[in-house]
Write a new protein. Structure first.
Length: 431
């Protein structure tokens, strides 16, 4: 066990809870667990998080947060759209917009025009320096995205070399499948430059870890486990099998998500369900309603579609817990990127309902390990037997009562954080 009386943490997180964004969910659970390992925790975040949609389920009142003014394109967008943090899906698919976003994600524009920007970096560094001196900080935690958080960490580590810097990587810095930057090798070079000062890197999966092992610092996987009390979540479960309810929550990446085989399997089952008196429901909760509508119209499923818009975490979990199956869409390419384990996967595991994971590309062993342990089915678009597997999976769960399974996500998160704290060789003077 670590001695929390010796450790004092400063976190730099642009989108800290209760902002209703995916990055804030990971920060919520990590920092809730960090409380067992640190005598004090202070957070530097951006004022923009207060302009974003707020989630009352992600409040950490016991952790003081100092907000730094940021001036970046997201600041302008959030103010204009009344809290919506992202561009609509159809806008992001515009060719010019896609190029601009790729340029914005490429160094050095990602620290000039990216989330935070230069003002956020300079003010965050100044405020962080004051906190390190005043609060006798021993540990520093930063997270990507955005890169600006890691740049602040790099500056603080340069000025206070004794700090134990934990640098978190939530997304692959370079994903050749998404092609989200203009120059991959250039981007990797600068990420290595900034993060080689880190004491340890943490990331979300073994697949992402493989791309970071040659960066210098040791790499530890802390999955996006999301322990909950589950109070009231099971009340919405369809226990009589009269509804076949498919639920998808979160972001849609139309260039990389391929649900067509599922929609085709569902179309084939509709006459059979009608004869059995089973109602079909296709639920979506998130910002990308326009893309979901396009899918529904294209496959003749609009009459069965139910949209909820963005929901608070508890509402999302209640919807997921009511599903006949929760749909997971991801991608995995040989020799490029594995381990795209979104936070949605761990939400689904916590919901305890069957998961149908459709991978655009090859099989991801880690995903198959997590879902395949009696929690659902993983199918790849390259599987020649995929249509038959879809039909069998959908037919199997038709009109069936499925008792929710339980996973020990709270214990797993506790163990992974404790492993990082205990086994990483922290400096002797603060052990």
């Amino acid at each position: 066990m670590t001695d929390p009386e010796k450790y004092r943490l400063l976190s730099v997180c642009y989108s800290f809870p209760p902002a209703r964004v995916a990055a804030a969910i990971r920060m919520f659970y990590l920092h809730r667990e960090f409380k067992a390992h640190f005598d004090s925790i202070h957070v530097i975040s951006s004022m923009d998080r207060n302009l974003m949609e707020q989630d009352p389920d992600l409040v950490l009142p016991e952790i003081p947060v100092l907000d730094v003014r940021a001036w970046d394109p997201r600041h302008v967008w959030v103010r204009r759209e009344g809290g919506r943090p992202t561009l609509p899906g159809p806008v992001k698919r515009n060719r010019l917009v896609r190029w601009v976003l790729r340029a914005r994600d490429t160094f050095p524009l990602n620290i000039i025009l990216g989330d935070g920007g230069v003002i956020y970096i300079l003010r965050g560094y100044k405020m962080g320096s004051e906190l390190v001196r005043k609060r006798e900080i021993t540990h520093l935690f930063t997270t990507f995205r955005p890169l600006s958080d890691h740049v602040i960490g790099w500056l603080l580590k340069w000025n206070f070399p004794y700090l134990v810097w934990i640098a978190d990587i939530q997304d692959p810095p370079v994903d050749p499948t998404r092609r989200h930057v203009l120059n991959g090798p250039w981007q990797r070079m600068w990420f290595r430059f900034f993060l080689k000062r880190a004491s340890i890197l943490t990331t979300v999966s073994r697949g992402v870890k493989e791309g970071l092992t040659d960066w210098g610092p040791p790499v530890v996987v802390i999955h996006n486990w999301m322990p909950s009390s589950r109070v009231g979540l099971d009340s919405g479960i369809n226990m009589d099998g009269s509804v076949f309810r498919v639920v998808y929550t979160g972001t849609i990446y139309p260039d990389h998500h391929r649900p067509q085989l599922l929609w085709q399997a569902i179309r084939r089952m509709i006459p059979e369900w009608a004869s059995q008196g089973i109602t079909l429901e296709l639920h979506y909760a998130g910002h990308d309603d326009a893309i979901w509508d396009q899918w529904m119209v294209k496959h003749g499923l609009s009459n069965y579609s139910i949209q909820h818009g963005p929901l608070a975490l508890t509402e999302v979990r209640r919807l997921q817990a009511s599903a006949t199956m929760n749909l997971l869409l991801t991608w995995s390419k040989p020799g490029q990127v594995l381990g795209i384990l979104t936070s949605k996967l761990f939400d689904y595991l916590e919901a305890g309902r069957p998961i149908l994971a459709l991978v655009h590309g090859i099989m991801d062993p880690e995903l198959n390990e997590l879902v395949g342990q009696g929690h659902g089915l993983v199918i790849t678009t390259e599987d020649e037997g995929a249509p038959e597997k879809f039909d069998a999976f959908v037919r199997y769960w038709t009109a069936k009562v499925y008792p929710p399974y339980r996973i020990d996500s709270g214990i797993r998160l506790k163990e992974e954080v404790a492993h990082m704290m205990v086994h990483h060789p922290f400096p002797a003077e603060i052990r």
